[in-house]
Design a protein around this ligand. Sequence first.
Ligand code: HEM
Length: 470
Amino acid sequence: MDLFFMPLILLTIYLIYALLASFLFPDRRRPRMKLPLPPGTLGWPYVGETFQLYSQDPNIFFASKAKRYGPIFKTHILGCPCVMISSPEAAKFVLVTKSHLFKPTFPASKERMLGKQAIFFNQGPYHSKLRKLVLRAFMPDSIRSNVSDVESLAVDSLKSMEGRSIDNTFLELKTYSFNVALLSIFGKDEIKYREDLKRCYYVLEKGYNSMPINLPGTLFRKSMKARRELGQILAKILATRRQMKPEHDQHHDLLSSFMDDKEGLSDDQIADNIIGVIFAARDTTASVLTWIIKYLAENPTVLQAVTEEQEAVIKSKDESGKQRMLTWEDTKNMPLTSRVIQETLRLASILSFTFREAVEDVEYGGYLIPKGWKVLPLFRNIHHSPDIFPEPEKFDPFRFEVAPKPNTFLAFGSGAHSCPGNELAKLEMLVLLHHLTTKYRWSLTGPREGIQYGPFALPQNGLPIRMFRR
Ligand code: HEM
């Protein structure tokens, strides 16, 4: 009897193991292409090398791996087998030339909070359509009419920081970048909705990095509630806009681009993408500005040169009898300040990497990237490579007097999903820096060293400073 059942029991155990293993260790699935996997180690089953990554600065983990294995290597993190890439050529392959083979991928909880129809999560014709609509609202011709409104927001924001000790510069600047994002989405109507949207969005964002546990009292639950409320507020805004007579609708903002009848987007699709744009625009721009304030304080010669450039803008307007309000043309006449922004984007690399997933088995450089594996282009490693940017740890805006080589400057990504808000982000930073350098001085009052991730790279404690009028 025992002998009769033994093979059956063994087979059942094997089948259960195989089933579990296929879920838990997807990297053990046999790839179809007969090519070697990239060099590197996968660590322990399931946990992989997650502890090695999170027990130190993640950039040290990536840099030491790249040094040991070269620009393409494998690892296993948070239950996912991954291929990390750190050469400009490989980044171009994944993000541009073969972007259709690598889909964007995010944690499921993030997708639920932002809304799965947001631009980041999609590929193909729906993504191309959204991209066209977003680019239409954020291209230079559309945002040039916003300069004076952005300027008012910058002036107000700096005034609110004046003459006091600021515990967390990043938090202050997040208010500025939030208001600019709303301005670009709703135009001048922004002010009507600001407080309601702020109340809900601020609760929503607290849950972005929470565990997706939907129980009373959890951050996730509170965030999802705020997400539903945001959806209701947006539905009301859409209804109000629809009631406007077409001849009175003078809007040229993101909302009107989305609401253009012939585009046929549903209210849910519009809501997901508005929340998505606020998410993409807010912490990113605020953290880059925080780094600029730090680097300028630490490099007085550069600060002096930027201040002189900005004073020259005011002087030339005064001499020609023009109003002092900035114009789009003024912001195009700030070469050194623009290089300070570019160098900060490189040095701080606030997005250390991005995520993709191979949609089929892909060959690159003689290696196999198996279907389902995550692929991470390591922006920070490229930006900190001494072969590409000599003395990479030095803050040197003058290095950008010569244009960087193709695919080596990836602060705004590249290819199909590259940042459509980059012109707005640059405008927003230039305008704030104009007023900051010509009217204020500041000193750093917290630790000089240390980076925290939230998830974007930030100076320690959000950069405490003291700011006073010149
Ligand atoms: C300095 C500030 C900013 C930085 C460093 C930045 C960086 C990036 C990067 C690297 C990507 C590509 C991510 C990937 O390929 O996975 C991206 C995408 C995106 N960014 Fe930005 N961004 C900034 C500001 C903004 C602003 C102000 C907006 C909107 C007003 C915006 C809207 C978006 C959107 C909608 C996407 C997704 C595009 C797509 O999936 O097709 N970003 N951003």
